[in-house]
Design a protein around this ligand. Structure first.
Ligand SMILES: NC(=O)c1ccc[n+]([C@@H]2O[C@H](COP(=O)([O-])OP(=O)(O)OC[C@H]3O[C@@H](n4cnc5c(N)ncnc54)[C@H](O)[C@@H]3O)[C@@H](O)[C@H]2O)c1
Ligand SMILES: [Zn+2]
Ligand SMILES: [Zn+2]
Length: 404
């Protein structure tokens, strides 16, 4: 039987490439696998030869030791691959298909899935609705930062690229369909971005840059991206965004006023999450900063898209409250301004087909916006490290050396 090299979380700050064995169409026991999921048969699934699999800011929360992820957990929820084995209950997906895998795992059979809320599928995680590959507390589905991976519910979930050769030409764009392009787009849509909108995006990581590009696609008049990382802000300017360096200019409203002539925007998106830094040069971690600042700068009646991740448990939280996900959010301000909040995982399947068409037609330039950078699986530990240090790159692992 062929082996299967994979990127695993070992301890805070450390990932390693290990051999986990070739997958079959069963969810077997392993680090982080929910006991109620062990032995689960997946004849509705397929085995993929992984073509590309990206490192995500969501992985970094685990690798920084900010979750309860166990040692040995195989990482990777952003997966694109070629089908090489098909389960007996798979009817339409075929061997040889090149597909994008939504990072959420969804059965297609429960109430949530039937309502297109595939981010809160009720049948894949025994602990709570919602699941993902290679993620703590998500049921234990094995991650795809590996050479081969098993994907369940293939007919329902997989997005097949219409032409393999054309897809390989644009693979560094298409690889973003598994998560960050739909996630950035969902952030912008849920913030109500439309033609002529003024938009503030908190965070210039890959999700923030994807949200900024999405806001442009939706017709925003001005997109302002804020971060404390100058290199990432330069990346945002490279495709036409305005930027605010919150390390140098802690007063966000004042900076928005200088750009727009008013201290407010129509729409705002939190692409940072619970590891947010306070503003200013010596600010430490302040987990409610982004939530409070987007309420401050969004006009009354506005909508706040919140794809940034918030957790129910954080061993590294700044205080006892933060350790259980209780933050000092100024809800009274949001209430007074009649804001709408949209949180949670992204329902990838609501968007991925349209965004694929936008990529294939040349309308969307997502790889360029996020500075997609292809690395080998052996270089994954370095990729994690550089990404953690704030490199203005989206690392794309190419485990078989298939990307030109
Ligand atoms: N909802 C979803 O389905 C979904 C999907 C993917 C990622 N995410 C989450 O989105 C977030 C962003 O992901 P990413 O890959 O871009 O992560 P990232 O860590 O690369 O980017 C976060 C950026 O926020 C910046 N930042 C910190 N404090 C800030 C502040 N107060 N104001 C503005 N910027 C600040 C950091 O400097 C960093 O550049 C993460 O929390 C990730 O878990 C959610
Ligand atoms: Zn991700
Ligand atoms: Zn479901």
């Amino acid at each position: 039987m062929a082996g299967n090299r994979a990127v695993a979380y070992m301890e805070p700050g450390k990932v390693e490439v290990i051999d986990i064995g070739y997958p079959d169409l069963v969810l077997r026991d392993g680090p982080g696998v929910n006991p109620l999921n062990v032995g689960r048969k997946c004849n509705h699934g397929v085995v993929l030869k992984v073509v590309t699999t990206n490192i995500c800011g969501s992985d970094q929360h685990m690798v920084r030791g900010r979750t309860t992820a166990p040692s040995g957990l195989v990482l990777g929820h952003e997966i694109t691959g070629e089908v090489i084995e098909v389960g007996s209950d798979v009817e339409f997906i075929k061997k040889g298909d090149l597909v994008s895998v939504p990072f959420n795992i969804a059965c297609g059979r429960c109430r949530s899935c039937k309502e297109r809320d595939t981010h809160i599928c009720e049948n894949v995680n025994p602990d709570r609705p919602g699941s993902a590959y290679g993620y703590v507390d998500m049921g234990g589905w094995v991650g795809g930062q590996s050479e081969y991976v098993m994907v369940p519910y293939a007919d329902f979930q997989l997005l097949k690229f219409p032409d393999k050769e054309q897809a390989m030409e644009k693979i560094t764009d298409l690889t973003m369909l598994s998560d960050i392009f739909p996630t950035g787009y969902h952030g912008a849509v849920s913030a109500g971005v439309k033609p002529g909108s003024t938009v503030y995006i908190a965070g210039a990581g890959p999700v923030g840059l994807a949200a900024a590009h999405s806001a442009q696609l939706l017709g925003a008049a001005v997109v302002i991206v804020g971060d404390l990382n100058g290199e990432r802000l330069a990346q945002a300017r490279s495709f036409g965004c305005e930027t605010v360096n919150l390390r140098e200019h802690p007063d966000l409203g004042e900076q928005i006023d200088q750009l727009l002539g008013v201290p407010e925007v129509d729409c705002a998106v939190d692409c940072v999450g619970f590891e947010a830094s306070g503003h200013g040069s010596n600010a430490g971690e302040a987990p409610a900063t982004v939530l409070n600042s987007i309420m401050e700068v969004t006009r009354a009646g506005g909508r706040l898209g919140i794809p940034g991740l918030y957790v129910t448990g954080d061993p590294g939280g700044i205080d006892e409250d933060a350790k259980i996900g209780t933050l000092k959010v100024r809800l009274g301000l949001g209430w007074a301004k009649a804001h709408t909040f949209v949180t949670g995982q992204t329902p990838v399947m609501k968007y991925h087909r349209d965004l694929m068409a936008a990529i294939l037609s040349g309308r969307a330039q997502i790889a360029k916006a996020v500075n997609a950078t292809v690395i080998s699986i052996d270089d994954a530990p370095r990729g994690y490290q550089e990404f953690d240090q704030g490199a203005a790159r989206k690392y794309v692992i190419d485990p078989h050396g298939l990307v030109k």
